[in-house]
Design a protein around this ligand. Structure first.
Ligand SMILES: Nc1nc2c(ncn2[C@@H]2O[C@H](COP(=O)(O)OP(=O)(O)OP(=O)(O)O)[C@@H](O)[C@H]2O)c(=O)[nH]1
Ligand SMILES: [Mg+2]
Length: 316
């Protein structure tokens, strides 16, 4: 292991915050160094619990997180918070007109917060998100809260890596509920109607309830009404999260999350392998243009059927 990798690994073991921040940056920018750091730290089967929040922009996900997380800390958890591509990451917006209060809520030494951009993940979750989770787990965080803006692929991804999925909605989003039905409504475990002090929240809850009555297992899903401005429903939501977590099959969840991560890493590694092949055989591949279509050339490349800068097979 290089000195850098060793120093960061030791920092993570101690729970040192600068090392955690550094390691998450490395996960984003230097995947090979990250894999060396993690090799010595990864404890098989030690996937932390992941609470995933998704929902339309501005429905109050970050604000809810700032109210939920201190309660999880009170329960004895060390909580990592990862916001993926949030358009307003933890600025708190005009939250009670008090941004500082929100930052304070998350400034405990038992909380580590980080925003991560989606980089070319085709609408899915950032490739670094699980790496951030693995980093935080290695530093002793046992519960991770992930905020993601709802969108097709990202929703499926968040379901794969979360032990509990919260779909956050707010009143007046009737159309969004319609649009979301196909995907996220099936995979969400708890439905949150936030901004419940506003008009239309009962109607929104009713729309969700009536939709759930039409899908299999829908009757078993919980709906919570919360208002961050009045703190209404927050304790109840935390209780529902705990209830759901206690029902999660830990082994099944760990296997699902692991599968999703292996798939992501394998894709990343094969993409790098292809880039290296293309670089190494640039001239030969160029010459293939005269004799075959690009699919045939790609198949030969993957079969390793190109040698010494030239295609092995004679030109037709
Ligand atoms: N009235 C009301 N406003 C709220 C409530 N919760 C959050 N807000 C406000 O809604 C706005 C958006 O809140 P955020 O927490 O940033 O929402 P978000 O879902 O994280 O937004 P993005 O990350 O941009 O998708 C802010 O101005 C909050 O203060 C609530 O319960 N009631
Ligand atoms: Mg947000």
């Amino acid at each position: 292991m290089t000195d850098t990798a060793r120093a960061i690994a030791e920092g993570l073991r101690r729970g040192d915050r600068a090392s955690i921040a550094r390691c998450i940056s490395i996960a984003e920018d230097e995947p090979e160094l990250f894999s060396r750091i993690i090799k010595g730290l990864y404890r098989p089967g030690s996937m932390p619990r992941v609470i995933g929040l998704t929902g339309p922009p501005g429905c109050g996900k970050s604000t809810l997180i700032s109210l939920i997380v201190p309660k999880l800390v009170e329960q004895g958890h060390k909580v990592g918070v990862v916001a993926v591509d949030a358009s307003s990451p933890f600025s708190g917006g005009s939250f009670l007109g008090n941004r500082i209060r929100m930052e304070e809520a998350l400034s405990s030494k038992h909380v580590f917060m980080r925003s991560i951009a989606t980089r070319g993940a085709k609408g899915g979750l950032s490739v670094s998100i699980i790496n951030a989770i693995i980093t935080l787990a290695s530093a002793g965080f046992d519960m991770i809260v992930v905020e993601s803006v709802g969108s097709g692929q990202a929703d499926t991804d968040i379901a794969n890596i979360s032990s509990t999925v919260l779909l956050v909605l707010s009143p007046g989003l009737g159309d969004e509920v319609q649009a979301m039905k196909a995907g996220i409504m099936e995979i969400a475990d708890i439905f949150v109607i936030n901004k419940a002090e506003l008009e239309g929240s009962d109607r929104a809850a009713g729309a969700v309830r009536s939709y759930l009555s039409t899908i299999s297992g829908g009757q078993n899903k919980d709906i919570a009404l919360t208002s961050c401005t009045s703190r209404r429903g927050i304790d109840e939501l935390v209780r529902l999260i705990g209830d759901h977590e206690s029902k999660v099959n830990a082994k099944e969840f760990a296997e699902r999350a692991f599968r999703s991560e292996v798939s992501r890493i394998a894709k990343e590694l094969s993409s790098r392998r292809v880039d290296a092949l293309i670089d190494g055989h640039a001239a030969a591949i160029g010459q293939m243009a005269e004799s075959m279509d690009p699919y045939a050339a790609a198949a030969r490349l993957l079969q390793g059927d190109i040698e010494g800068g030239r295609s092995r097979r004679p030109k037709r």
